[in-house]
Design a protein around this ligand. Structure first.
Ligand code: HEC
Ligand code: HEC
Ligand code: HEC
Ligand code: HEC
Ligand code: HEC
Ligand code: HEC
Length: 440
């Protein structure tokens, strides 16, 4: 009878322990708990801004009516993302003046305004003569009330473009959280152990305990035993195994994966201007893309076809001149050349073989399928994961482009006979999943 009771009490203890552990896990992971500090931050309104719904509604009306053609709250559009402008602009007064007449502020030589103006390719912001401090504050209050979007899965060209980082930083973040979690769990276990010890001591000194309760109290539940008990060890092992499995799997899936990698380039070359606005063909610069394995990064000579005459006074173009030792004053070339050191973005490991002409010229795939909307990229980033799984998936799903390709006529015939002509021929069917096709 007593033995039974003891074992029940032990069970109760472990149930409580497990519950506590689960609760801690839940609390650490749960956005409800994590967001508590956020709420506090929202409570601390930047000076002069309001949380009054009426003011915010008025601000929203002005903002959507006048500003959204060029601005968004958390993203760069034609003008900067406006969230936090109250912290970065020189003063509130400055913002009032800039909205009223930005040209005047820039012409006055105000360094912040001039820098911003140059950064935004000398785009004129519309003047809003009839908006004073009240209207601008309403707009800012509205902007302050808009929550940032969920973390993006791809880096859009947000503020400042290339930040020289890749989202691999997220990996570090997760590791940090996991480490903290483990530390917290260990601490909780220690505290629980100590509490059990203290309580036991306290109860042991008590005289008026019932016989049954004494049994429970007197069972050897000291710290050492607590940590060596099967339950606790089991929980520990489970946690460690689960965590290391997660780390291992994450690691395997991200070996060499550089998706979204967007380094800062030595010259602020923009595909958005060249391939987008001026519609220069990709092929004009990436000369190898239709006929060779590699697409090629253009040499400075190709830039000079235009930039010997276009934007000659720009400091960015001056970097091209410096690289090829060109003197725009005299139009002469010197000896002291050194290539522009573009930072390579896409880079398969040496063990893999990828051929552009096969995909662009033979398969007639668009660049955008693998590189994203390059024509809209101010700064290029790696759009696709470039993993083996990614290549294989596409080879499984994509029909071979056999139109007007004599080479395939026979294969198509064979394929039709073997599959009864039902399914179109996929890359898979021409050997696109064979290891040796992609690996040397
Ligand atoms: C025609 C496009 C356009 C419109 C419309 C426009 N802006 Fe701008 N805005 C810009 C550009 C571009 C800049 C960057 C500076 C420059 O090039 O003059 C800018 C800069 C700003 C800045 C300074 C941002 C910073 O980072 O310091 C503020 C504040 C601002 N705009 C507020 C507004 C508000 C408020 C409205 C609507 C009432 C508005 N803008 C409408 C284009 C626009
Ligand atoms: C005027 C010349 C020019 C044109 C036109 C051009 N590019 Fe580029 N491209 C460059 C230069 C220079 C770089 C290297 C600097 C950079 O990454 O921005 C580059 C880089 C790239 C990269 C990244 C290369 C890497 O390092 O992995 C891709 C992908 C790319 N271009 C695709 C395209 C596509 C697609 C088009 C057509 C829609 C195009 N480019 C049109 C000049 C050009
Ligand atoms: C076919 C013509 C052409 C070629 C080739 C070309 N560009 Fe341009 N580039 C332009 C035009 C047009 C502009 C936009 C000028 C403007 O905004 O008024 C421009 C703008 C630029 C700018 C922005 C300058 C500024 O200060 O606003 C940079 C930087 C630039 N190009 C770099 C390059 C580089 C690097 C290459 C070679 C890889 C290159 N360009 C090749 C036509 C060309
Ligand atoms: C089927 C997917 C795919 C298509 C379509 C594609 N690319 Fe690529 N591109 C890649 C891969 C993968 C790499 C990395 C190659 C490497 O590291 O060996 C790459 C690399 C590049 C590079 C970096 C330099 C180099 O050759 O390694 C440039 C520039 C580029 N691509 C431009 C283009 C252009 C322009 C087009 C369209 C005409 C295009 N790509 C179409 C997958 C593709
Ligand atoms: C968007 C779809 C797509 C992606 C992504 C893609 N491929 Fe392909 N690939 C094709 C198509 C379509 C063909 C068939 C071309 C042809 O008709 O020869 C092909 C053909 C090939 C071939 C020749 C296969 C054969 O049997 O002749 C190789 C090798 C290859 N791809 C390698 C790669 C590698 C490596 C990657 C990843 C870095 C990759 N591909 C990513 C669509 C894709
Ligand atoms: C369509 C092209 C393609 C085919 C087919 C293919 N691979 Fe790969 N493989 C790749 C690419 C691309 C990478 C590099 C991926 C990366 O960097 O994450 C790779 C990477 C690998 C790696 C290294 C993994 C790592 O983490 O570094 C191994 C091992 C490998 N492949 C084995 C194979 C075997 C075995 C087969 C045949 C069953 C095969 N591959 C078929 C494209 C292919």
């Amino acid at each position: 009878m007593n033995e039974k009771k003891t074992s029940i009490m032990t069970k109760v203890k472990f149930t409580r322990l497990t519950f506590l552990l689960l609760f801690t896990l839940f609390a650490v992971n749960n956005p409800l708990f994590a967001q508590a500090p956020d709420g506090d931050a929202a409570a601390a309104l930047p000076a002069g801004l309001s949380a009054d719904p009426a003011v915010i509604a008025k601000g929203k009306e002005i903002f959507t009516g006048n500003c959204t053609s060029c601005h968004a709250v958390h993203e760069k559009v034609i003008g900067p993302a406006l969230f936090g402008v109250w912290d970065r602009a020189p003063s509130r007064e400055w913002i009032y003046n800039f909205v009223k007449n930005s040209t005047k502020v820039i012409k006055s030589g105000d360094p912040y305004a001039v820098k911003l103006y140059n950064e935004y390719k000398k785009t004129q912001m519309t003047s809003f003569q009839n908006y004073g401090p009240a209207e601008v504050d309403a707009v800012l209050s509205y902007i302050n009330s808009v929550k940032p979007p969920e973390p993006p899965t791809t880096i859009s060209t947000t503020d400042g473009g290339g930040t020289g980082t890749s989202t691999q930083a997220d990996g570090g973040y997760t590791t940090a959280i996991l480490t903290i979690l483990i530390i917290v769990l260990v601490l909780i276990l220690i505290v629980l152990g100590l509490m059990v010890n203290v309580l036991t001591k306290f109860l042991q000194d008590k005289e008026d305990l019932a016989e049954e309760d004494k049994e429970v109290v007197n069972q050897k539940s000291d710290l050492g035993k607590f940590f060596t008990s099967n339950g606790v060890i089991g929980i520990f092992i489970f946690i460690i195994v689960a965590l290391s499995m997660k780390a291992g799997i994450d690691g395997l899936f991200t070996v060499g994966v550089q998706q979204n990698y967007q380094p800062r380039q030595p010259i602020a070359f923009s595909h958005e201007i060249h391939a987008g606005q001026y519609e220069i063909d990709c092929n004009y610069c990436h000369t190898g893309v239709r006929k060779a394995k590699s697409a090629n990064i253009p040499s400075a000579n190709i830039c000079m076809n235009c930039h010997s005459a276009i934007k000659t006074e720009s400091p960015e173009i001056a970097k091209i001149y410096k690289a090829i030792d060109f003197d725009p004053e005299t139009g002469e070339y010197g000896e002291n050349t050194k290539p522009i050191e573009w930072v390579r973005i896409h880079n398969l490991p040496d063990l893999a073989y990828f051929n552009h002409s096969q995909h662009v010229e033979v398969a007639k795939l668009e660049c955008e399928t693998c590189h994203g909307e390059i024509k809209e990229m101010e700064v290029v980033y790696q759009y696709a994961p470039l993993t083996m799984g990614w290549c294989i998936n596409c080879h499984r799903e994509t029909d071979v482009n056999t139109k007007g390709n004599g080479y395939y006529t026979k294969l198509v015939q064979l394929h039709k006979e073997s599959k009864g002509g039902k399914t179109p021929m996929k890359v898979e069917d021409i050997g696109g999943l064979e290891c040796s096709k992609c690996h040397y």
